[in-house]
Design a protein around this ligand. Structure first.
Ligand code: DGJ
Length: 704
């Protein structure tokens, strides 16, 4: 029999993990910045041991990455199972290990139950660690799986602070940072069948002194588009253990010989130099290891989306004229949003009947697409395939196709019901309908929306989520050139599993740039600008009512995958010119914005926010001011990430914000460029007038 080594070391770029296997379980002794190869793993493990204290089992329970309650562990176990309503005691009798330099798998076996758990930790080139778990059952009599964490992670003791996210529609991703030891237990979960607006499956752990450029930090994400659950529990020793996984409802998963359970994967990233380095590792992971690779480098086209320009009030003449105005602005893709199909003149009907409306398109949808293409744009279409309106031909033909619980009313949300994707006839139908649309019309992109929670739901949402992945995979295989954007009333379903199938996500229905600066800042910790849909909306903003200049709206929307969601015919000529100038700037700088390293601008000025993105010899910064400044003179903007000894030409890109520009010291010099070294830009910075709320500047930096 092969002997189990006493330690196992796994290295990803800039990250090391050391597992201590000497006590019969897999114990994560070290997770942190990369260690030198000379570091002896056993010595490191020994240095972390302590003697027993009075208040614990006589035989100490080593903290395992696969903890079992039956072994005396008091936290959440990795796996729980039951038969006929009775929980079964899981007794792991052995831990096996196999792997190589890139990945290690731990096996935990309970011979009495004929059950085994595999936990695979793989080091990716980007520097992230991906963890996946699988439960196999070999018995005759099936058992129910009550819990299967994707990851049980004993946090390094330096991780004293946690940032978690919460939110609602149009106000996604509010970040809250708290001290872990102050709460004995933190918990989050969803039950609407998606990750929801709260961003609960994104977590950030940091040392107390951690900042943008300094300190230890750790990110954890569950790559799963359904319900999740996580718990962070601090034990009496002060050790915090995170457990995160898909939410499993009682009876939802039955294990049998031919039906193992494969949990969604979790992603871990570590940084020894603050949030900026952590962000860069995660961005690399998304760009190189998640996104459909065919799209990972192509320039991101500027969108015009009809939703905030027209709502449901669609007509062919209106759409054609919108397309003409869009083309004049420099837009490259025209997205026809909700309202194009069947009798859909409001949100009360027709989901499921995916035929172009004959009222809107008397000559067929082709006439609009031809017009859009003649203007040198490509065409995208909105769909919400997982849904059905009770008032639709599809529902009348197949009332049994939606999620429902016998005896309970079919409660609607946004006047719609959800199709049961676990039925093969339903997904075959959806595949055929979408496949036909894509074959018949020249469609470059789909905006795939999802506007309600899953209820009533007979047994949980895991099967629904897995079926969605299969449907998307099937469509992508047949139509590999079609780009898919994920949207769930904004940022209600964003995760790395969907981002393996989609090329863009709609970050929020809220296009108010001041709100978006906050929302995008949270998303940006985990996903790059390249896939973060950000549009210039109307003013006043339809959701917040706030009025902001076109200059401010356009500058902020450049930092993302830029689009326009407003009717240019309602804009002044000045605003149209300002917008088109920024679209041109976006095209000039998008490669930097989308592929460069992103640094948050740090300032003590209240209401100041922005980013500096650096790629090789070029960088572009956005600095914004959202509140009326306390001081006349703002803190200089310091730009990190450049070569200290390199000389750079620094320019303020035009158009400038009109009123603040009057306070510039030497406008001509800023237009032509000042020469500064990378070190001076990082430690001295440049001073810009930004007293007024709604001020934004673009700073271009180019090596000479
Ligand atoms: C919700 C989306 O977030 C919006 O952008 C828009 O597509 C509407 N649905 C259309 O119903």
């Amino acid at each position: 029999m092969p002997t189990t080594p006493s330690t196992w070391r796994l290295d990803a770029p800039a990250t090391t993990l050391i597992f201590d296997l000497s006590r019969g379980v897999a114990e994560l002794a070290y997770l942190g910045p990369g260690l030198p190869p000379e570091q002896n793993a056993s010595v490191l493990c020994g240095a972390l041991q302590r003697g027993a204290h009075e208040s614990e089992p006589d035989e100490r329970i080593p903290p395992s990455i696969l903890p079992c309650i039956e072994a005396g562990y008091a936290g959440s176990p990795a796996v729980e199972i039951a038969r006929a309503g009775h929980q079964l005691a899981l007794r792991a009798e052995s831990v096996g290990v196999e792997g190589d330099d890139a990945a290690v798998t731990f096996h935990l076996v309970d011979p009495a139950l004929t059950l085994s758990v595999e936990s695979r930790w793989s080091a990716r080139h980007s520097g992230v660690i991906e963890v996946s778990q699988r439960v196999n059952f070999e018995g005759e009599d099936p058992v129910q799986l009550l819990r299967c964490a994707s990851l049980v992670l004993p946090l390094p003791r330096w991780a004293t602070h946690v940032t978690q996210f919460s939110g609602r529609w149009a106000a996604e991703m509010h970040a809250t940072r708290s001290e872990i030891s102050r709460s004995a237990r933190l918990h989050g979960e969803t039950q609407g069948g998606t990750p929801g607006f709260s961003g609960g499956q994104w977590l950030l752990f940091e040392s107390a002194d951690s900042t943008e450029h300094y300190g230890l930090s750790l990110a954890v994400h569950l790559a799963w588009s359904g319900d999740h659950t996580w718990t962070l529990r601090v034990d009496p020793d002060g050790r915090a253990v995170l457990s995160i996984g898909a939410r499993i409802r009682p009876g939802e998963i039955v294990l049998s010989r031919h039906h193992p359970f494969v949990a969604p994967s979790a992603v871990i990233a570590v940084s020894s130099s603050g949030r900026a380095a952590l962000r860069q590792t995660l961005h690399r992971h998304v760009l190189d290891e998640r996104l459909p690779q065919a799209f990972s480098r192509a320039p991101r086209k500027v969108h015009l989306n009809t939703w905030e320009a027209c709502g449901f009030a669609l007509s062919l003449p209106k759409l054609k004229s919108l397309a003409e105005q869009a083309a004049e602005l420099g837009i490259e893709r025209f997205i026809l949003d909700d309202g194009w199909f069947s009798g859909r003149r409001n949100d009360r009907s027709s989901l499921g009947d995916w035929n172009p409306s004959v009222d809107v398109f008397p000559e067929g949808l082709e006439s609009l697409i031809r017009h859009v293409e003649s203007l040198a744009m490509d065409f995208g279409l909105w769909i919400e395939p997982e849904m059905v309106s009770p008032d639709s031909a599809l529902y009348r033909a197949h009332p049994d196709w939606c999620l429902a619980v016998e005896g309970l009313p079919r409660a609607t949300q946004r006047h719609q019901l959800v199709l049961d994707l676990t039925r093969a006839d339903v997904t075959d139908h959806l595949y055929n309908v979408i496949d036909q649309l894509l074959r018949r019309y020249s469609i470059a992109a789909l905006k795939w929306d999802h506007n309600r929670e899953l209820f009533p739901i007979p047994s949980g949402s895991i099967g629904q989520t897995q079926a969605l992945y299969r449907l998307l995979d099937r469509l992508r295989e047949t139509h590999p050139k079609v780009e898919i954007e994920t949207c769930a009333s904004g940022g209600g379903r964003v995760d790395y599993a969907l981002l393996s199938r989609c090329t863009r996500f709609w970050a929020s229905d809220n296009n108010d740039p001041i709100e978006r600066l906050r929302i995008n800042r949270s998303w940006l910790q985990f996903v790059p600008f390249r896939i973060l849909g950000h549009h210039v909306g109307p003013s006043p903003n339809p959701i917040t009512g706030r009025m902001l200049s076109m200059d401010f709206r356009a500058k902020t929307a450049m930092f993302g995958h830029m689009g326009v969601e407003a009717d240019p015919s309602t804009m002044s000529e000045d605003d149209r010119q300002t917008l088109s100038a920024h679209i041109a700037l976006y095209k000039e700088w998008r490669d930097v914005i989308h592929h460069g390293s992103v640094y948050e601008l740090c300032s003590s000025d209240e209401g100041a926010a922005g980013w500096f993105v650096v790629q090789m010899n070029r960088g572009l910064a956005l600095i914004t001011q959202s509140l009326f400044a306390q001081h006349f003179e703002a803190e200089p903007i310091r730009l990190h990430g450049l070569e200290p000894y390199q000389r750079y030409c620094v320019r303020l890109l035009t158009p400038w914000p009109e009123h603040p520009a009057r306070y510039l010291n030497s406008p001509q010099v800023w237009r032509e460029g000042v020469r500064m070294t990378g070190a001076a830009l990082a430690y001295s910075g440049i001073s810009l007038p930004r007293r007024l709320p709604g001020t934004a500047w673009l700073i271009a930096v180019e090596a000479e």
